[in-house]
Design a protein around this ligand. Structure first.
Ligand SMILES: [Zn+2]
Ligand SMILES: [Zn+2]
Length: 220
């Protein structure tokens, strides 16, 4: 599986394009503002069939373009604890307009999630098995998508290279985030690549050793 990362939008949110080994089918992880305008033509040019959109959480910078990727046959995976973010994103417009006053209602379009995922759920994508881990704390509906055979995990904004997600947004909880990281992320194999919602990729082992904010249970 080929994984490419492109940051988009005012918060440089990572959008991942996953392409199967045969180079025929693809999936997208998170849909930041502008991602569809750039990626959909690329998907078409490479004659790829878009199989699914995986949404790590409902913050606007991760789902703004989600509606544009939706088409017949495209599955949309997300967690129901962020349902209001996906179904009525315009309700959160005031919050984002504080930092980005140029935004208008057009920038806040709902997305129809087809598959509500919860901790322990799994599905097949691009011929591989993916499983879901619920990692709340940054927000209530943050999930991690894990592909064991590819040693790859997409944790959204739960953890970053050398850092962790902010917990001062609605529904955030520092205690919950630390628990999510220790019990649902640090329990993945050390050589699992982490493809976070912002910044560079890392590995589980590296964060366990060096992340200054989230120390493994054994260190305490
Ligand atoms: Zn976020
Ligand atoms: Zn984010």
């Amino acid at each position: 599986m080929e994984i490419t990362c492109s940051p988009f939008g005012p918060f440089e949110t990572n959008c991942y394009l996953l392409i199967d080994d045969a180079g025929k089918r693809c999936a997208v992880v998170d849909a930041p503002p502008d991602s569809a305008r750039v990626l959909l033509p690329e998907i078409r040019a490479r004659k790829l069939e878009l199989e699914a959109l995986l949404l790590t959480h409902g913050h606007w910078d991760h789902m703004a373009d989600a509606h544009a990727f939706v088409a017949p046959g495209v599955r949309v995976y997300a967690h129901s604890k962020d349902r209001s973010c996906y179904e009525t994103p315009q309700n959160f417009m005031g919050f984002y307009k504080m930092a980005l006053p140029h935004l208008t209602a057009v920038d806040f379009q709902a997305v129809a999630v087809t598959d509500w995922m919860d901790d322990g759920d799994s599905f097949e994508l691009l011929g591989k098995a993916f499983s879901v881990r619920h990692v709340p704390g940054h927000c209530p509906g943050n999930i991690l998508f894990y592909c064991a055979s590819e040693k790859a995990a997409f944790p959204g904004d739960a953890i970053f290279e050398g850092s962790v997600g902010r917990t001062d947004l609605p529904g955030g909880s520092w205690a919950q985030l630390l628990s999510s990281i220790c019990t649902r992320i640090y329990t993945l194999p050390d050589d699992t690549a982490l493809f976070p919602g912002h910044g560079s990729r890392s590995t589980v082992g590296r964060e366990k050793r060096a992340n200054p904010y989230a120390r493994p249970e054994a260190d305490k």
